[in-house]
Design a protein around this ligand. Structure first.
Ligand SMILES: [Zn+2]
Length: 99
């Protein structure tokens, strides 16, 4: 069982959380101007890196708040968590974060 550190509640068991997909995917400024292919790209296509990846998580069985996390997709280790709106923390010498 992996512990996930909620930015508000502290470490809790992973079963209390839900994955919300890639973080920092901006909604298009003018969605009606997009082609069908551009809209499909926005809705369905996400990065799939091997290494640090910025993701959204919800503490669905706890405080029910959303937050961002950087997870290494090779090891499933959470490298950092931060609240929505906060910048991605500097991870020092670790690999570049895809977000
Ligand atoms: Zn929480």
């Amino acid at each position: 069982m992996q512990l996930i550190p909620c930015p508000w509640c502290g470490p809790r068991e992973e079963t209390e959380f839900h994955y919300g997909g890639q973080a920092h995917v901006a909604y298009p400024e003018d969605p009606s101007a997009l082609t069908d292919q551009e809209w499909a790209q926005y809705v369905f296509f996400r990065d799939n890196p091997s290494g640090p990846f910025a993701e959204r998580w919800s503490h669905s069985a706890g405080c029910r708040r959303w937050f961002n996390a950087v997870r290494d997709t090779r090891t499933h280790d959470l490298l950092s968590v931060h609240r929505i709106g906060e910048p991605v923390p500097d991870l020092g010498e670790k690999d570049e974060v895809v977000s």
